[in-house]
Design a protein around this ligand. Structure first.
Ligand code: GLN
Length: 499
């Protein structure tokens, strides 16, 4: 679409409102990019062409009829939505055979708010089954490929959302983050991804994985787009009992937004340990220097329980998952296999046939850690360690305003490399899981590149973590970093122009 290459959602909306392009033209550019690229990427599970087109026409008509009428914050912006967010009339398979044909009778609050802000949902994105994974390889519908190198994983579990934004098929997308599933794929695909403070974005209509950890978050190519989407989707929702009674997240508007004078940036030795990829380390060190150039002061902090985060997460998350996924029994939702004709046989045959190996592994683990006699030794202890992890952050945030470090210990890894080794896969989230357990806000923004194969560099992400409810501060630091650097600008070579 001429003149719109590299435009973000804010630019696109402004261009539509200025009459430079219609919502329909904007949508067609997005659909054309999907058409051109998604065959090889596999970012979308479905593209909702007809409903999206009808909606674009309706928005254009509304605009033509009354150009002065109020326009939503995402007027005409094409958005992709992860396949675990319910949408009335749309199949949301959650990456699973279990929900392959599932159509919710209602729309998730965050999606409803996007629509109320005049966004256009173009399609449903691929993901690891039930959001369990870090590479998309646990999707029942085949993997998504990383737009920077098709032989590599895009990260996960919001794999399709990250790849769709990175490849220019849509400017923004929604994902969900339980232990890193927005931030890690954002880092591996070279886009921004934000996980809000737990409770700031409604989980109503998000198919549950680990309810005390799950948060919906946006992926985008600019920080201001992340802010724009969060302003729309966050804020109290009476339909979610864990939703905080707070207004939507508002951007912080400092006097000199490009400077970070007086900001204390915590750097934790535990986040830049020996197992960090050398090129990731170089990129993150350069990012920290950049923050200092902008006026921030680096302060050493300790997060001593970090080493226990992965085992703790895999007890808490699997315990909650085993309970949440009990409802998929062939009766209320999803697939059914009759089995031997008995009720128990039907349950067993349905779950045996429709869940993939990783989901079964987690249900078994979660059931075990909650079982009588083991409950306190495993689940109870994990909760106590979770409290210690939270306290690590509280202590650190007595001394600093944000904590910065890498998002992922490595750049994008080859598809297949970790697929057969659950522990190697779990290690992908070493640096994102601690914040999830503590419920804190964190963003990943592009901060450089590692050398990939031949001519395809691999993006590296900087993670910026804030104390609870300091979502806007995290975004302000990200915005200052972005405006002082060019790392967010390069796009994978054959990216589309649907943004
Ligand atoms: N990769 C982590 C897991 O498999 C995190 C997933 C997520 O955040 N949804 O559990």
């Amino acid at each position: 679409m001429t003149g719109a290459e590299g435009a973000d959602a804010c630019d696109l909306r402004a261009a539509i409102l200025a009459g430079e392009r219609s919502a329909a033209e904007t949508l067609e550019a997005s659909l054309a990019a999907i058409e051109e690229r998604d065959g090889e990427l596999g970012a979308f599970l479905s593209v909702e062409r007809d409903t999206a087109r009808a909606r674009a026409i309706e928005l254009d008509r509304r605009r033509a009829a009354d150009p002065g009428a109020a326009a939503g914050a995402l007027f005409g912006v094409p958005v992709a939505v992860k396949a675990n967010l319910c949408m009335e009339g749309v199949t949301t398979p959650c990456g699973s055979r279990m929900l392959a044909n599932y159509r919710a009778p209602y729309t998730a609050t965050c999606v409803r708010r996007l629509l109320d802000a005049d966004a256009i949902v173009v399609g449903v994105t691929n993901m690891d089954e039930f959001a369990m994974g870090s590479s998309s390889e646990h999707s029942a519908f085949g993997p998504t490929r990383n737009p920077w190198d098709l032989t590599r994983a895009p990260g996960g579990s919001s794999s399709g959302s990250a790849a769709a934004v990175a490849a220019g098929m849509v400017p923004v997308a929604l994902g969900s983050d339980t232990g890193g599933s927005v931030r890690q794929p954002a880092a591996l695909c070279g886009v921004g991804g934000f996980k809000p403070t737990y409770g700031r974005v409604s989980r109503h209509g998000l198919i549950a994985f680990g309810s005390s950890l799950d948060q919906v978050g946006p992926l985008a190519r600019s920080v201001r787009d992340l802010e724009r989407i969060l302003g729309v989707i966050s804020g109290h929702d009476p339909l979610d009992a864990t939703s905080l009674p707070l207004p939507p997240i508002e951007p912080e508007r400092p006097d000199r937004p490009e400077r970070l004078d007086g900001l204390r940036v915590g750097v934790a030795a535990e986040y830049v340990g020996a197992d960090l990829d050398a090129e990731v380390r170089t990129a993150v060190e350069a990012a920290l220097e950049k923050l200092e150039e902008l006026g921030a002061e680096a302060v050493e902090v300790r997060l001593p329980h970090t080493v226990h985060a992965i085992p703790t997460y895999y007890v808490v998350a699997t315990a909650e998952a085993s309970s949440n996924l009990a409802r998929f029994d062939g009766v209320g939702f999803g697939a059914r296999t009759e089995g031997d004709g008995s009720l128990q046989g039907m349950f067993a045959a349905t779950r045996e046939g429709a869940f993939g190996d990783e989901v079964k592994r987690r249900i078994l683990l979660g059931t075990f850690v909650l079982s009588e006699g083991y409950h306190d030794a495993w689940y109870g202890r994990a909760l106590r360690v979770r409290a210690l992890l939270r306290r690590d952050f509280e202590r650190a945030f007595e001394k600093v305003d944000v904590i910065c470090g890498p998002t992922s210990p490595t750049p994008a890894f080859p598809l297949g490399e970790r697929a057969g080794d659950p522990l190697a896969m779990y290690a992908s989230d070493t640096l994102t899981v601690p914040t999830s357990l503590a419920g804190l806000p964190a963003v990943s923004v592009p901060c450089g590149f590692a050398s990939g194969a031949a001519d395809s560099p691999l993006p590296v992400g900087l993670q910026i973590i804030g104390p609870a409810l300091a979502d806007a501060r995290v975004l302000r630091v990200a915005a200052a970093f972005e405006s002082a650097t060019e790392h967010h600008r390069p796009a994978p070579t054959s990216a589309g122009d649907g943004r």
